[in-house]
Design a protein around this ligand. Structure first.
Ligand code: 5GP
Ligand code: MG
Ligand code: MG
Length: 186
């Protein structure tokens, strides 16, 4: 359990209803995923890890350091939520990576799969660049989406149907810096 005073200092006094995944649990799962990704691709073929900003920035930075092979890292910005806690169904690409995807193994790193709208909009766009392969690595999966164009090959944790924060995930841009994943009190 993290120190309560330190947590309140990080949230500006806003209490959490509960902690879902601790720093230690996350670190262990990230190591496992890193090992699996390392073994999943031939070492002499190109790998591009493509993170979706901003939510995946912490997960991506931890997971790439557990992948023991050469790779490229890049980001794109897909925005579906605005400031609220309910998906609008619209996904806009605010920044489109200029990396070459063609012929490379591409792993799209997502913070969380909720309605699946983001993945269902992004994946077909990425496929038009003819990557050698395209997989998704998601920190969290709510298992709400019924018609995902591609199930994530790697999932950190199955996630309850709450609005979660921390370890990169925000509420109105705050709480990304919490070193664990939790639910804030409404
Ligand atoms: P989807 O398109 O799958 O509905 O949602 C994807 C995006 O919505 C995620 O990448 C994330 O930015 C945001 N999102 C969905 N659920 C949550 C949640 O529980 N907490 C936070 N902080 N963001 C979420
Ligand atoms: Mg995201
Ligand atoms: Mg957000």
């Amino acid at each position: 359990m993290p120190d309560t005073e330190l947590t309140l200092a990080r949230t500006g006094g806003r209490p959490l209803s509960r902690i879902l995944f601790s720093t230690e649990q996350i670190a262990e799962r990230v190591r496992e995923i890193g090992r699996e990704i390392t073994e999943a691709y031939p070492k002499d073929e190109e790998l591009l890890v493509l993170g979706t900003l901003k939510g995946s920035f912490i997960f991506l930075s931890d997971v790439v350091r557990e992948i023991a092979r050469p790779m490229e890292v890049d980001f794109l910005i897909a925005s579906s939520y605005g400031g609220g806690t309910v998906s609008t169904g619209e996904v806009s690409l605010l920044y489109d990576s200029s990396s070459v995807l063609t012929g490379k193994h591409v792993i799209l790193v997502e913070d969380i799969v909720d309605s699946g709208t983001t993945l269902n909009r992004l994946l077909p766009q990425l496929r038009t660049h003819n990557p050698a392969s395209l997989e998704v690595c998601a920190l969290l999966h709510k298992h709400i989406a019924r018609d995902l164009v591609l199930e994530p090959r790697w999932v950190g944790f199955d996630c309850p149907h709450d609005f979660v924060i921390g370890y990169g995930l925000d509420h109105s841009e705050y709480f990304r810096n919490l070193p664990f994943i939790g639910v804030i009190q409404p």
